[in-house]
Write a protein that binds this ligand. Structure first.
Ligand SMILES: *Cc1c(COP(=O)(O)O)cnc(C)c1O
Length: 409
């Protein structure tokens, strides 16, 4: 059977609009489509493929586990799950781990947990959850309602109640909402989908202080920023602020579905037997791959390498911008970077993405004003250089076409 883009329209629910490119093979930071056309991958499956495609350590972990045992129910003690959990608690603030299969599910667990902790410790009035505008936390009805883009949560009937949204990097707007009825404040310690927005140190420390003042738990959604993405194992480590609950997914499995919620003993104890669960959560295949990914990323060489690569991206993008003046700012941290478009190109990030693909380069958008980069954390420097050359070629064409259209118009 020949698979093409048109089959998507025939058999798939139309909630996505995929590109006509049909990648069939990947190795490191390169992908090949059905016709054998090669692409350099600066997108990384949206910050998932933290070790590129088909990394040998992950292939080995997956195939070894596939020949041993695929699945166990949560009524059994599970070797790979406990090994990964041990690794997570040994390397973070957390004492306890809950496994899920995605970012949204990890967040769903976190949201249910904070509500239960507040109920047990303070009674039924303390249910308010404060999140931030433009924040993204997944697509289940609870997580999408906590997300700060009403366009994503409207139109599905009544939403979970008592959720408010403050402005990111604006402590006063949080102060205006927070009270002793707040059970938790939820945020991304680097907003991804919302446009690659870093928190200021004053903001993030101020959020922590306000949570302490009102006995509200602080939840960091590190689904996109975690597992080495910012050059720290988790972004909180680079901010000097420790959350009470942390969620991680995307890069945690390096391309195999897994998510996790991390927290302290004192908080975890409220999710007693029967309060929450997931059939596939802690799946041995997922956890075996997750362990290999975690151990490969969590080394000084890889984490420092992220910082070196960030600088290569920044220098390259700034050099392109010096020639073409298409960006207003290069922002983000580590290998979660955004090129915000200048006023002349406002709203055109999709055009940049399509122009890049024409040149054999995959990039992402973060809204319509930002081109996003989330490549493999170990992308070879030569691939960064070659990819940026392709990006420059794409921009040269786009700038020329825009100028021609202006002259004609
Ligand atoms: C991608 C993302 C999610 C959702 O993860 P899924 O695996 O798609 O459910 C949640 N939070 C953040 C910050 C994300 O970037």
């Amino acid at each position: 059977m020949q698979v093409s883009r048109s089959l998507f329209d025939e058999v798939m629910v139309p909630n996505y609009a995929p590109s006509p490119i049909v990648p069939v093979r990947g190795e490191g930071s390169r992908l090949w489509d059905q016709q054998g056309r090669e692409f350099i991958d600066f997108a990384g499956g949206i910050a998932v493929n933290c070790l590129g495609h088909c990394h040998p350590a992950l292939v080995k972990a997956l195939t070894e586990q596939a020949n041993k045992l695929w699945h166990l129910s949560n009524t059994m003690t599970n070797e790979p799950a406990l090994m990964l959990a041990k690794r997570l608690v040994d390397n973070t603030f957390a004492d306890k781990v809950y496994f899920a299969n995605s970012g949204a599910e990890a967040n769903e667990a976190a949201l249910k947990l904070v509500r239960r902790v507040a109920l047990n410790n303070y009674g039924p009035e303390k249910t308010q959850i404060i999140a931030f505008k433009q924040g993204f936390h997944g697509r289940t009805l609870f997580t999408v309602s906590v997300g700060g883009q009403p366009a994503y949560s409207d139109g599905f009937g009544p939403k979970p109640a008592d959720i408010d949204h403050a402005e990111y990097n604006n402590l006063d707007s949080l102060k205006a909402l927070i009270s002793d009825k707040t059970c938790a404040v939820v945020l991304e310690p680097l907003q991804g989908e919302g446009g690659i927005i870093s928190p200021t140190v004053e903001f993030i420390q101020g959020v922590r202080a306000l949570c302490n003042q009102h006995n509200a738990l602080l939840v960091f959604d590190e689904v996109q920023s975690g597992v080495g993405r910012t050059g720290d194992l988790y972004a909180y480590m680079g901010l000097g602020v420790v959350p009470d609950v942390l969620t991680t997914a995307k890069a945690l499995g390096g391309g195999f579905p897994i998510g996790a919620m991390l927290t302290t003993n004192d908080i975890a104890k409220h999710l007693v037997v029967g309060t929450h669960g997931s059939t596939y959560g802690g799946n041995p295949l997922a956890c075996a791959v997750g362990l290999a990914a975690f151990d490969t990323v969590n080394t000084p060489e890889v984490l420092n390498g992220v910082k070196v690569r960030e600088q290569l991206f920044r220098d390259g993008l700034n050099a392109i911008n010096a020639k073409y003046q298409v960006f207003s700012e290069i922002r983000g941290k580590g290998l979660l970077l955004g090129a915000a478009l200048s006023a002349d190109y406002a709203g055109k990030s999709r055009d940049f993405m399509l122009a890049a693909a024409e040149q054999g380069l995959l990039v992402l958008m973060a809204g319509y004003n930002v081109v996003r980069f989330a490549p493999s954390l170990i992308i070879p420097e030569a691939d960064i250089k070659a990819g940026l050359e392709r990006f420059e070629a794409a921009i040269a064409k786009l700038v020329a076409a825009t100028a021609a259209a202006k002259n004609a118009g």
